[in-house]
Design a protein around this ligand. Structure first.
Ligand code: PLP
Length: 384
């Protein structure tokens, strides 16, 4: 594309002002409309797991586009069936439901948890508990379990029966016999790249078991190898009842997924939920190609290795370096100013909160790219 539209005046303003127009990507680099190259440590907000224009993804899309893009869920399709089977194998859960985004996956998980309680005759078990600092999406249900008051502005009243206590102790107290499910992230991405202490996650799991609440692990950002294992819950030693996924699953083609134990999944019987696009051949064939690439032991070892190197090198750019695998964060005096200055220096990163900067590069990133990142950002950090 050589002549991009000059303005976004007909696009709704919810994303605020965006100075750059991106027209091309290759590996860990993005190119803007003026031909300038950027080292991309956003990966489309932790989506482009294999980077930009990776042949595995491009070829899967092209081949599928020539075969069958969509046929609806009136019919089975082999790619959806195969992806469900592969994700079941990788997660230890039994069944998958496919949708198109992380919020939709969490929305479906909320409905699944509610309906599971209802199907068991526990009609009073309607409440949902989530963690402070957590983020689960922008649809009404997902927003209601997201504890960020700023995102609630103008949308109250939210879905009733959702509690996001102010601390982890409060979360444990909030999980009762009335709780349908508790939603957790192993590393809170939007919350500032904060790993939740493993003891806290295990205590929540134990409390869920004690009360009969379901444990939902939101792997929308942490899943598909981002933290160095296929799922982050593996590293925390959790046994979730439900897992939600999206972002990296199809390398940039929209997809979401909910995985559940068979007994729980049964609650979504015929007609209880659905999605026109969910699990269509294009998205699931692409996801299969991505999953096969990422689930490889050597690929995951690469994520852990480069991730550890990145965290090590980030010490020179900020404080409170955190994260797991290739999902890292640092504290800087002014995250917005840092992101802007980084952009001017040819590096793309995201601000999560006032003082936190997130680094979620494509998982194919190498040490040389980390070195390039640090070299370009050292003057930025010095000026911050
Ligand atoms: C943990 C988590 N859950 C859910 C979502 C929402 O996903 P989506 O934007 O695809 O709806 C996000 C997005 O950042 C996320 O990080």
């Amino acid at each position: 594309m050589t002549a991009p539209y000059a303005t976004d005046e007909h696009v709704m303003g919810n994303y605020g002002e965006r100075a750059l127009t991106m027209v091309r990507g290759e590996g860990v680099y993005l190119y803007d409309a003026g031909g300038r190259r950027y080292l991309d440590f956003t990966a489309g907000i932790a989506v482009c797991a294999l980077g930009h224009a990776h042949p595995v993804v491009s070829n899967a899309i092209a081949a599928q586009a020539k075969t069958l893009i969509h046929c609806s869920n009136l019919y089975q399709n082999p790619w959806q069936n195969r992806l469900a089977a592969r994700l079941a194998e990788l997660s230890g859960l039994d069944k998958a439901f496919f949708c198109n985004s992380g919020a939709e996956a969490n929305e479906a998980a909320i409905k699944l948890a509610r309906r599971y309680a209802w199907a068991k005759g526990e009609e009073a078990r309607t409440e949902l508990v989530s963690l402070p600092g957590g983020f689960h999406g922008r649809t009404f249900g997902a927003l209601s379990i997201t504890g960020k008051p700023k995102y609630h502005e103008g949308f109250r009243p939210l879905v009733p029966g959702c509690a996001t206590p102010e601390d982890f102790e409060g979360v444990l107290r909030a999980i009762t016999e009335r709780t349908a499910a508790c939603f957790v992230e192993v590393v809170q991405g939007e919350g500032g790249v904060n790993p939740v202490p493993v003891e806290v996650l295990r205590a929540i799991e134990a409390r869920c078991r004690e009360t009969g609440a379901l444990l939902v692990v939101d792997e929308v950002q942490t899943g598909v190898g981002r933290t160095g294992t296929f799922f982050a819950f593996e590293q925390a030693g959790l046994r979730p009842d439900i897992v939600t996924m999206a972002k990296g699953l199809a390398g940039g083609v929209p997809i979401g997924a909910v995985l559940a134990r068979a007994e729980v999944a049964e609650a979504l019987g015929p007609g209880s939920h659905g999605s026109t696009f969910g699990g269509n051949p294009l998205a699931t064939a692409t996801a299969l190609a991505v999953v096969e690439t990422v689930a490889d032991a050597a690929f995951l070892a690469h994520v852990r290795e480069v991730g550890a190197y990145l965290r090590d090198r980030l010490e020179t750019l900020g404080t409170q370096v955190s994260g797991l695998g290739l999902m890292c964060g640092i504290t800087v005096p002014d995250a917005k100013a840092f992101v802007q200055a980084a952009q001017e220096a040819g590096v793309l990163v995201t601000a999560v909160g006032d003082t936190r900067v997130r680094f979620v590069p494509p998982l194919v990133v190498d040490r040389v790219h980390v070195d390039e990142l640090v070299e370009r950002l050292l003057p930025v950090a010095a000026g911050a």
